[in-house]
Structure formats: structure tokens, C-alpha cells
Write a protein that binds this ligand. Structure first.
Ligand code: TMP
Length: 230
């Protein structure tokens, strides 16, 4: 692949080949989507904010010894990462009940999960990202579940602590994993308010504001970034 060549264009990010063959640049767009892309908007400055938040979180994960794809901040809305093959499974960690688990079960909202729930979903919009069982994953050929679960639990401890320090509760979040050129599994994609539920003084500070049309995500995301940088 040639430098600057587009590798993948996702819903709100693009992955671009870096000069180094084993590295990529992730470009965060000023775009937000919900409901598998049914609803979208183009909030100015979102790409830059989410990139900065994601870079700060990945830096802390690396510092805590958790292997990620992150290399460095590479300019406004750009993150330099190791090239990985994304595993098409979304791992959701839940500390408190909200969202789909409340809609789909009899578990009351805000139930605290101790230990946190770790769930696997198929990353496939055409199938509406279904929840997977470990038996189904096994038949599908996934062998690294225990490792992904352990990394997800460790990531949750670090990310919950980052937010707790700024007065925000991490309700739940989504992680993606990738396989490096060397064959190692690392935390990949982004960790930003787009893929987390975050609550500050009973107020949503995440993409639920956009999903439910209840507020300005830029104001909320910028508040988070400012607090993280304090
Ligand atoms: P859920 O309650 O809709 O299952 O979502 C749980 C958390 O995972 C929430 O913080 C949003 C995040 N998530 C994504 O970012 N992308 C996804 O495709 C899914 C299923 C969840």
C-alpha cells in the first residue's frame, strides 16, 4: 500500500496508510451517526475532540501495561497507530444497566454489575450487531475469548478510574480488538464518548445525547476533554 492510500472508510473515521508499512493514521471525522447510520449529523470540531480524548485514554492504557494499537497523537483529528486487522466482534463492558440490556431484559436501569458484565456482539450492521453467546463464538472459530475478556476487564478498570477522577461515572463502553502484524491481540479502534455511556451529576455526557436528541454532544465532549486535560 502507498502512503496516504485509504485503507477503510468507516462511519465516522477513516484509516489511512502511513509512510511506514506497518503503521496507519486514523482520521476522526466531524460526523456522528446512530441507529446503524439511520440518523447522522456533522458537528463541527467533533473529530478533533474525539481524537484528543481517545489519545489521552490510550496513553493511560499503555502506561498501565495494556497493549493497544496506539502510537501517538498525529495532529488535529489524527492518531498514529499500529496496523491491525480488526476482529469483527464488539466487546461491551457494563458497570451499570442502561441501554439495550434494560430494553431487552427485566434488569432495572442503573443496576450495578459486580463484577462488570462483559458481552460479545457481532460487528455487522447488516445483521444489527447481534449479541453472541460463547458457544456461538466457539462455533464461529473464535479462540481468544478469554484473553479478550481479561483485556476488557483490565481496560475497564483503567478507563473507569480515568473518568472517576474527573467526576464522571463510566456506565458502559464498547471495545474493539485487533491483531497486529506480529499476531498479538491489542485494544484497537477508539475509546471516546461515542462508544461509552458517561454520566456526570445524573446528566448524559455521551452519544445518548444525540441518539435521544437531548443535547449538544460538542458541549459535553468538550467538557470531558477539558476535564481530562486539567
Ligand atoms: P447498548 O446498550 O446499545 O448495547 O450499548 C452499550 C455500550 O456500547 C454503549 O456505551 C454504546 C456502545 N456501543 C457502541 O459504541 N457501538 C455498538 O455498535 C454497540 C452495540 C454498543
Amino acid at each position: 500500500m502507498k502512503p496516504n492510500e485509504l485503507i477503510v472508510k468507516g462511519k465516522v473515521k477513516s484509516v489511512i496508510q502511513a509512510v511506514e508499512e506497518d503503521q496507519v493514521l486514523i482520521h476522526y471525522h466531524d460526523k456522528v451517526t446512530a441507529g446503524n447510520g439511520e440518523k447522522e449529523d456533522y458537528p463541527e470540531g467533533k473529530g478533533k475532540i474525539n481524537n484528543e480524548i481517545s489519545c489521552l485514554i490510550f496513553k493511560q492504557l499503555e502506561k498501565a501495561g495494556i497493549k493497544t494499537h496506539f502510537i501517538q497523537y498525529a495532529g488535529p483529528a489524527l492518531m498514529r497507530c499500529k496496523k491491525v486487522e480488526i476482529i469483527p466482534i464488539e466487546v461491551v463492558v457494563r458497570n451499570y444497566a442502561d441501554g439495550s440490556i434494560v430494553r431487552q431484559t427485566t434488569i432495572p436501569k442503573d443496576t450495578k454489575f459486580s463484577p462488570p458484565l462483559i458481552e460479545f456482539y457481532l460487528k455487522d450492521d447488516s445483521k444489527n450487531d447481534p449479541l453472541l453467546t460463547e458457544d456461538r463464538l466457539s462455533v464461529m472459530g473464535y479462540k481468544n475469548l478469554r484473553q479478550m475478556k481479561q483485556y476488557a476487564a483490565e481496560t475497564n478498570v483503567v478507563v473507569s478510574d480515568i473518568f472517576k477522577k474527573i467526576g464522571i461515572t463510566l456506565i458502559d463502553f464498547k471495545i474493539e480488538f485487533g491483531t497486529t502484524v506480529e499476531g498479538n491481540i491489542v485494544v484497537a479502534d477508539e475509546i471516546s464518548p461515542d462508544g461509552c455511556r458517561l454520566r456526570m451529576n445524573d446528566k448524559s455526557m455521551d452519544k445518548d445525547l444525540f441518539r435521544k436528541g437531548e443535547g449538544d454532544i460538542i458541549e459535553a465532549y468538550q467538557t470531558i476533554l477539558n476535564k481530562l486535560k486539567e
